[in-house]
Design a protein. Structure first.
Length: 298
């Protein structure tokens, strides 16, 4: 049986762009699902131009399992563009990739999931096409989260890598996590999506006061890959020494991992100065897994 993604489509009476908005690429990220569900009736009342496709939960099997990934163990955000004849995640990735290619603009909503909290950010890849890059910059600024982050375009398997190859301007957003669903995150996502559509002249919507505090573009290979920064040297219990969004100096203590085997503490220090962009909130950590990310803001 072919995979189908549950979606809602809203169209204005006038011509305009087609925007795709997705949530639930990972099954343990909840603010996007709630935000997209609440966004639907607002669009039904306000869309004037173009078309919006909403997919609240891309990875339904992972959501029902309460895990980041579905039963085949594949990370959907590393599996795109997928295969129609592949495993469950590969099939979902193939259908998602078709939706992305069919859009004119794309917004992908995420959180830190079960194990991390992420400081609110809007990201995009540093696209080789200047017009697409500028469109992405405008989308990110309009979404209006505190951090705007442009990163290397060379990461593969992502929803944004499909958009990159299809020349579809795309952004992704991160807000919170820790296996909760914060009302602040939900409201920020609703407001951000509406602000982008207002910028694209699809709806008439008041422009909010700008809260973007940091705009960073980092073209180094691998920038934007959050899960590999500040890895734990051992399996153990992580105890943070910083808070999300805190400014830290190079070499300052992010926290420690206490080994379960010998109870030795292994201190983990920041590789550089910046703000704590992501922080592990699930204490159990495996060797090689990240305990956090510090975003260089100079």
């Amino acid at each position: 049986m072919a995979v189908q993604l549950r979606s809602k489509i809203f169209e204005g009476s006038l011509p305009g762009p087609h925007v795709l908005i997705t949530g639930g690429v990972h099954g343990d990220e909840f603010e996007p699902l709630a935000a997209i569900r609440q966004l639907a009736p607002v669009l039904a009342e306000n869309i004037q131009r173009g078309k919006v496709t909403l997919v609240p939960c891309v990875n339904e099997e992972a959501f029902l399992l309460g895990r980041r990934c579905a039963s085949d163990g594949l990370d959907l955000a590393r599996t795109c563009p997928g295969r129609h004849d592949g495993s469950a995640t590969e099939q979902v990735a193939a259908v998602l990739s078709e939706l992305i290619r069919d859009a004119d603009y794309y917004i992908d909503l995420h959180t830190g999931g079960t194990e991390f909290a992420i400081f609110p950010l809007t990201g995009y890849v540093l696209h080789a096409d200047a017009k697409i890059l500028e469109a992405q910059r405008k989308m990110a600024q309009a979404f209006n989260l505190p951090v705007v982050w442009g990163t290397s375009p060379n990461l593969e398997g992502r929803s944004l890598s499909v958009a990159r190859d299809a020349n579809v301007p795309a952004i992704y957003c991160e807000y919170g996590g820790t296996a909760t669903c914060s009302s602040d995150g939900v409201n920020a996502y609703i407001d951000g999506c509406l602000s982008v559509m207002a910028m694209l002249e699809m709806i008439d919507w008041p422009k909010p006061a700008g809260i973007v505090a940091h705009t960073v573009e980092d073209a180094r290979p691998g920038s934007g890959h959050l899960q590999v920064r500040h890895p734990s040297p051992v399996d153990g219990f992580f105890e943070p020494a910083v808070q999300l969004g805190e400014e830290v100096a190079a070499g300052s203590r992010l926290g420690k991992v206490v080994s379960l085997s010998d109870e030795v503490s292994h201190h983990i220090d920041s590789e550089h100065a910046g703000i704590v962009l992501m922080l592990r909130t699930f204490p159990r950590v495996r060797a090689g897994e990240s305990v956090g990310v510090v975003l260089e803001i100079t």
